[in-house]
Design a binder for this molecule. Structure first.
Ligand SMILES: [Zn+2]
Length: 368
């Protein structure tokens, strides 16, 4: 069960190696794929693994050539099937839905189930453009989120960490109103991007109330992302105010991407707050094997294993969904093997923990 990933671009054709490398960095600077991406541990490992898969020489040029010879859908199908994933939970908020294969198509290509999540900030931006007062937006948002599962979504997703940070606060009505009007002025000036903190925070609380009532999980982007995110404000400890609210206890909070590099902080939250869960993703962040092992050890060392769930955060190209599934299993095996050697788990228990992190915990949490 891949509990968090994104769509795959309809076109898998890349004009050259540099543009393919762009899929394996969170940097927007064009010099990064030209000069640095190929030197990361992640990329070197990817090239070697792909060479085995594509049955070619283990160098970048040969791998890129072998990849390019394949039809994009065929390549995606082969990689997704080899990943042996039963369910993909998809954040379709990015890349734009017109660029990626649709949810049912992706399931068909990959021979798996694919289910969408609803990205809150995108929905809010739509509603803010369509409505004339903050009160209206609050009402319509609550109505749209009245029955999330009935609309076919398994979870909500927030990218507040990318916009105004995770210190989600409660704002006096006047400040939220003022923020709403600032947003409207920004829309008139050509930008519908919701980066207005009192407004975003206020609307998030509307969503949290609905999520709590329906006991629907909310995934939060936490930690590592592109340069758009302020990593200082992406520390999961900022979520304390939300996690402390007794009326939000019904809302499972999924801290994505092992909160990298704040894995210990995320693991701590999962150990202390009953409704906090820690996602462990192995495609993105783009890390070396040792670092993946290290964050997995940290997570298993502090959080209950019933709170840990596997994902890839694969996006755009199927290579990410695929290599993550291989690496995730391998790292789980090694980290759990260590716990057996320390006498913390029996072999039978370790196998059950592996299965729970790869499948059962997510199946139960998302009600699949
Ligand atoms: Zn993601």
């Amino acid at each position: 069960m891949d509990n968090h990933c994104h769509g795959i671009q309809q076109s898998q054709a890349f004009r050259d190696i540099t543009s393919w490398r762009q899929a394996f960095t969170e940097s927007a600077d064009p010099r990064m794929p030209r000069e640095h991406v190929a030197t990361t541990s992640f990329y070197r490992r990817l090239v070697r693994r792909l060479a085995e898969f594509l049955d070619c020489e283990p160098d970048e040029e040969s791998v890129f050539t072998a990849r390019t010879k394949k039809d994009g859908r065929e390549l995606a199908g082969e990689l997704l099937r080899a990943a042996n994933v039963e369910v993909l939970l998809l954040d379709m908020g990015f890349p734009p839905s017109e660029d990626v294969v649709t949810v049912p198509e992706l399931g068909q290509i990959g021979g798996c189930r694919a289910q969408p999540m609803l990205r809150l900030e995108t929905l809010m931006e739509d509603l803010l453009t369509e409505n004339d007062s903050l009160e209206e937006v609050r009402e319509v948002l609550a109505a749209v989120l009245d029955d999330v599962r009935d609309q076919g979504y398994v979870a909500l997703k927030s990218i507040a960490a990318y916009r105004t940070g995770l210190d989600i606060q409660e704002w006096p009505r006047e400040e939220a109103e003022e923020s709403f009007h600032e947003y409207k002025r920004a829309v008139e000036a050509g930008s519908a991007r919701l980066v207005h903190k009192p407004l975003l925070d206020t609307l998030l609380h509307v969503a949290f109330a609905q999520a709590s009532r329906q006991e629907i999980p909310v995934q939060f982007h936490v930690g590592y992302g592109d340069a758009d995110t302020d990593l200082l404000l992406g520390n999961p400890l900022y979520l304390r105010r939300v996690l402390q609210r007794p009326d939000y206890r019904g809302m499972p909070v999924v801290l994505l991407h092992e909160c990298y590099p704040y894995t210990r902080q995320g693991g701590y939250l999962a150990a202390v707050y009953e409704n906090a869960y820690l996602d462990l993703s192995y495609g993105i962040p783009l890390l070396g094997y040792n670092e993946m092992l290290s964050f997995t050890r940290a997570a298993l060392g502090v959080a209950p294993s019933s709170k840990l769930m596997y994902s890839s955060d694969g996006i755009g190209v199927p290579e990410l969904h695929w290599i993550s599934a291989l690496d995730g299993r391998c790292v789980f095996g090694q980290a759990l093997g260590e716990l057996v050697s320390y006498g913390e788990l029996t072999l039978t228990e370790a196998e059950a923990v592996g299965e729970s992190m790869l499948r059962e915990n997510a199946t139960r949490l998302y009600g699949l």
